[in-house]
Write a protein that binds this ligand. Structure first.
Ligand code: NAD
Length: 471
C-alpha cells in the first residue's frame, strides 16, 4: 500500500488529503501538524475549518485510510510520498520584509524530512512558494540525505476556500512539475497515478519545476488583477453615473474576457492573493525587473485604495462623522462559505470606522468574537497603510460587540455595512431592520448583494459599490 504523509493540516492540507483518501482507498494518508489543537479538532466532530462538504468526506474515510496525527517524524519516516503544505506567509522582518515569502516553516520541514528519512521519498511542494524554491529544497535534502534519494515535485493547489471540496473533486487542472531526468519523470508518474484515480488524464498538466512553481503565483496574480481592474472601474462608475454591474455584464459577454470574477466589491482578501502578489513583486525586483514589479504592485495598491474609498464614502455620507454612531457590520470572513478572516477587507474597513470612533456591532455566521477582536487589534506590518487603517487601540476595541444575528446587529444602528456576500444577507427582512434603526438609515453594500430598489422603497439610503448614487 502506498503511504502518503502531508505536513500541515491547514486549509489546504486537510481538505486535499481528505479527498485523496476518499478517492484512493488503496492509499494510506496521514496528515500531521505540529499544532496539536488542530490535530485534536481534525479527530473530533468539530473540524478546525468550515468548508461545505468537508465533514462528509472526512467522516467517510477517517479511521479507514485517513488519519490525523501530531507524530510528525514517525509518519514522515514511513511515507513514500510527503506533501508539504505548511504556511508560507509574507516575511515581516529582515531581507525582503513586507514582500518576500517567509520560508522558515518550509525549511524546517525539509530539514526534518532529511533527518528522519530512512527510505527514498518523493517530496511534493503543495504550499505556494517562490519560483526556484525546489532548488533550495533539493540542496537541503541532498546535502543531508545519507544516501537516500529524494525527488522534488511542485504540485501547487488551486482550490478556493468556500468551494474547496467541489474544486478538489472536479479540478480545472492538476499541475505537476518535476525534473526532466528519468528519476524526475518517474516521480511525476507516481503522483499522476494518485490523481488519475479520479481526475481525467487530460486535466493533469506536467511541466518543469519552475513553470509549475511560477504558474501558481501567476494564477493568483491574474485573478487578483481582475478584481482590482473591476474595482478600479467601480470608482469611475461612481464618479460618472455608470453602473459597474452593467459594465461587467457588457464586457463579460466578450468571449476573450468572459463573465467570471467581474464582481465589484470592497476588495479581495484571503491569505493568498496579497501575499502571492507581493512575493511576485519581490521576485521581479530580485531579477532586475522593477517595471514589471511595479505593474503587479499596483494590483495590491488598488485593493487598498478600494477599502479606503469605501470607508471614506461611509463617513462622508453619514454627515462627515461616524463618531458615537452605531454601525452594523454584516459579514467579517473574507468571502462567503468560509470562517477564514485572513486579510479580509473587513479588518481594514472596521479599523477605519473605529479610527473615527464608530461603535461597531458585528455579525458573521462563521467567525467568533475572539477571532474578530484578535484581527482588529493585530499589527499589519506588511503594507504601508494610510493612518486611518491602523490597528484598533484597546479603547477602540471596547467599541466592538459581536452578536449572533443580523437583526440584533442592526438594532438602533445608524448604518449597515455588508462586507461578506453570505446568502442570508440577500433575504433578510429589511423592513423589520429599517423599523429598528436610527433615521436616516444607511446601507453600504460592499458586496452588491441587496436589492437596491427594494431597499430604497423601504426608505433606506443605499450606497452600492460602483453604482449610481442614491438621490
Ligand atoms: P494554514 O496556516 O492553514 O496551515 C499550515 C499548517 O502547517 C499549520 O497548521 C501549521 O501548524 C503547519 N505547520 C507549519 N510548520 C510545520 C511543520 N514544520 N511541521 C508540521 N506542521 C507544520 O495554511 P493553508 O491556508 O493551508 O496554506 C498552506 C499553503 O498553501 C500556503 O503556502 C498557501 O499559500 C497555500 N495555498 C493556500 C490556499 C488557501 O486557500 N488557503 C489555496 C492554495 C494554496
Amino acid at each position: 500500500m502506498v503511504k502518503i504523509c502531508c505536513i500541515g493540516a491547514g486549509y489546504v492540507g486537510g481538505p486535499t488529503m481528505a479527498v485523496i483518501a476518499l478517492k484512493c482507498p488503496d492509499i494510506e494518508v496521514v496528515v500531521v501538524d505540529i499544532f496539536e489543537p488542530r490535530i485534536i479538532a481534525w479527530n473530533s466532530d468539530h473540524l478546525p475549518i468550515y468548508e461545505p462538504g468537508l465533514d462528509d468526506v472526512v467522516k467517510q474515510c477517517r479511521g479507514e485510510n485517513l488519519f490525523f496525527s501530531k507524530d510528525v517524524e514517525k509518519h514522515v519516516a514511513e511515507a513514500d510520498i510527503v506533501f508539504v503544505s505548511v504556511n508560507t506567509p509574507t516575511k515581516t522582518q529582515g531581507l525582503g520584509a513586507g514582500k518576500a515569502a517567509d520560508l522558515t516553516y518550509w525549511e524546517s520541514a525539509a530539514r526534518m524530512i532529511a533527518d528522519v528519512s530512512k527510505s527514498d521519498k518523493i517530496v511534493v511542494e503543495k504550499s505556494t512558494v517562490p519560483v526556484k524554491t525546489a532548488e533550495a529544497i533539493e540542496k537541503i535534502l541532498t546535502h543531508n540525505s545519507k544516501g537516500i534519494n529524494f525527488q522534488i515535485l511542485s504540485n501547487p493547489e488551486f482550490l478556493a476556500e468556500g468551494t474547496a471540496i467541489q474544486d478538489l473533486f472536479k479540478p480545472d487542472r492538476v499541475l505537476i512539475g518535476g525534473r526532466e531526468t528519468p528519476e524526475g519523470q518517474k516521480a511525476i508518474q507516481a503522483l499522476k497515478d494518485v490523481y488519475a484515480h479520479w481526475v481525467p488524464v487530460d486535466r493533469i498538466i506536467c511541466t518543469n519545476l519552475w513553470s509549475a512553481e511560477l504558474s501558481k503565483l501567476a494564477a493568483n496574480a491574474f485573478l487578483a488583477q481582475r478584481i482590482s481592474s473591476v474595482n478600479a472601474m467601480s470608482a469611475l462608475c461612481e464618479a460618472t453615473g455608470a453602473d459597474v454591474s452593467q459594465v461587467s455584464h457588457a464586457i463579460g459577454k466578450d468571449t476573450r474576457i468572459g463573465p467570471k470574477f467581474l464582481n465589484a466589491s470592497v476588495g479581495f482578501g484571503g491569505s493568498c492573493f496579497q501575499k502571492d502578489i507581493l512575493n511576485l513583486v519581490y521576485i521581479c525586483e530580485c531579477n532586475g525587473l522593477p517595471e514589471v514589479a511595479s505593474y503587479w504592485k499596483q494590483v495590491v495598491q488598488v485593493n487598498e485604495y478600494q477599502k479606503t474609498r469605501f470607508v471614506n464614502r461611509m463617513v462622508s455620507s453619514m454627515f462627515n462623522t461616524v463618531s458615537g454612531k452605531k454601525i452594523a457590520i454584516l459579514g467579517f470572513a473574507f468571502k462567503k462559505d468560509t470562517g477564514d478572516t485572513r486579510e479580509t477587507p473587513a479588518i481594514g474597513v472596521c479599523q477605519g470606522l473605529l479610527g473615527d470612533k464608530a461603535i461597531l456591532s458585528i455579525y458573521d455566521p462563521q467567525v467568533s468574537q475572539e477571532q474578530i477582536q484578535r484581527d482588529l487589534s493585530m499589527h499589519k506590518s506588511e503594507l504601508d497603510r494610510p493612518p486611518h487603517l491602523q490597528p484598533a487601540s484597546p479603547t477602540a476595541i471596547k467599541q466592538v460587540s459581536c452578536v449572533w444575528d443580523a437583526y440584533e446587529a442592526a438594532k438602533g444602528a445608524h448604518g449597515i455595512c455588508i462586507l461578506t456576500e453570505w446568502d442570508e444577507f440577500k433575504t433578510l427582512d429589511y423592513q423589520k431592520i429599517y423599523d429598528d434603526m436610527q433615521k436616516p438609515a444607511f446601507v453600504f453594500d460592499g458586496r452588491n448583494v441587496v436589492d437596491v430598489d427594494k431597499l430604497r422603497q423601504i426608505g433606506f439610503i443605499v450606497y452600492s459599490t460602483g453604482k449610481p448614487l442614491d438621490a
